[in-house]
Design a protein around this ligand. Structure first.
Ligand SMILES: Cc1cc2nc3c(=O)[nH]c(=O)nc-3n(C[C@H](O)[C@H](O)[C@H](O)COP(=O)(O)O)c2cc1C
Length: 372
């Protein structure tokens, strides 16, 4: 039996296997609300046998959305469509996970596939077009490009109110029935901006020293852990390094991971980059060494980034570099990846939905007979 297809237990939750769908923005929400697109997009991964399926970056405040098409959990009306998704994922044997975040200065950008704000007047109400000035630790733009505005620096009182906003969103995720909440601390979004000396020029208790730059992240973790049940796992996605000279380093992440673990984080989801000017070259499995480095602190880790092959994923686990493997684009390309991986690795585990599995097995039997 492969490790990849073996169950994995975190607190009171047992995942049926170690394959997780990475959070992926769909830019298809209207006023932060999930809809049938999100249901279908996520449901196929549960049918495809993933151990956990993670809902995209979901904002704790309207101004914390990356685009106007991003999802939110800043009001109670946003719970119901997510509850339908979480319920279905769980009914198919997948754990339902959701990523909670705030885009900070990288908010209010155009939808990726549009490339600019080219919505017509007729389209705007249909797609729920909104535009606003982002907020951030300091009034420094992500990059000098029209898509990224100069943000307004958060006041001290506004920073101090953020942990409660994250906790409120986590409470709504709980009410929606999710099994796992992941805090988005990566990719140059708000919490990652606070960590980075390049984005955080504050002179109060939330800027300057490493301890000050980590303060908001740790307060958010504490606030979320206070409302997220002890039986349920809490994940933290980090850019383990931001790839900038003089920026956030693997050594900084080791310090943060230990502090996060003490506060009840169960898994670090190990990503990288996200700030302008980062020097990171994607290649197969390029972020696995970050998962390996952080796992040495005793915390469980999830490896992500250009993991595309079952044997490659199995090797990551067998070599002790990570406890879980997350797939993004490869899951989009093959929503049935776990089912195909089981076959490729010679596992007898059968996680096909009963409505489809018998037919596929029948096809395979016919083909085997025909092949002699
Ligand atoms: C369409 C798309 C949307 C994404 N949205 C998010 C997101 O909401 N939150 C996040 O942390 N990462 C996001 N990512 C990054 C993925 O979760 C993943 O870390 C990255 O794509 C690398 O994994 P892969 O090589 O398996 O795709 C997104 C990636 C893609 C392709």
């Amino acid at each position: 039996m492969s490790l990849l297809l073996s169950p994995f237990t975190l607190r009171d939750l047992t995942l049926r296997n170690r394959l997780v769908v990475s959070p992926m923005c769909q830019y298809s929400a209207v006023h932060g609300m999930a809809n049938d697109w999100h249901f279908a997009h996520l449901a196929r991964f549960a049918l495809g046998g993933f151990g956990a399926v993670t809902v995209e970056a979901t904002a704790v405040a309207a101004e914390g959305r990356i685009t106007y098409g991003c999802m939110g959990l800043w009001n109670d009306a946003q719970i119901e469509p997510l509850a339908r998704i979480a319920g279905f994922l769980r009914s198919q044997g997948a754990a339902a996970a959701i990523q909670i975040g705030h885009a900070g200065r990288k908010a209010a950008t155009p939808l990726w596939w549009r490339g600019s704000f080219n919505e017509t007047a007729a389209e705007k109400p249909l797609v729920g077009f909104e535009h606003w000035q982002p907020v951030a630790p300091s009034a420094i733009a992500h990059i000098d490009q029209p898509d990224y505005q100069v943000p307004r620096a958060l006041t001290l009182a506004e920073v101090q109110a953020l942990p409660a906003a994250f906790a409120a969103a986590a409470t709504r995720a709980l009410r929606a029935g999710f099994d796992i909440v992941e805090l988005h601390g990566a990719h140059g979004y708000l919490l990652s901006q606070f960590l980075s000396p390049a984005a955080n020029h504050r002179t109060d208790a939330y800027g300057g020293s490493l301890a000050n730059r980590m303060r908001l992240m740790l307060e958010v973790i504490e606030a979320m852990r206070a409302v997220w049940p002890a039986a349920k796992p809490l994940f933290l996605r980090l850019s383990v390094t931001d790839g900038l000279p003089g920026g956030w380093t693997v050594a900084d992440s080791l310090v943060l991971a230990a502090e996060a673990k003490q506060r009840g984080v169960d898994v670090i989801d190990c990503s990288s980059g996200g700030l302008a000017g980062a020097v990171i070259t994607p290649a197969p499995g390029f972020q696995v060494p970050y998962a390996q480095a952080l796992r040495q602190t005793g915390i469980a880790t999830m490896a992500v980034g250009l993991i595309t092959d079952p044997r490659q994923a199995e090797a990551v686990l067998q070599s002790g570099h990570a406890d879980l493997v997350a797939l993004g684009r490869t899951a989009l390309d093959d929503p049935n990846f776990p089912l195909h991986a089981a076959k490729a690795l010679g596992d007898t585990v059968d996680q096909w939905p009963r409505q489809a599995g018998f037919a596929v097995r029948q096809r395979d039997a016919v083909l085997a007979k025909a092949a002699g």
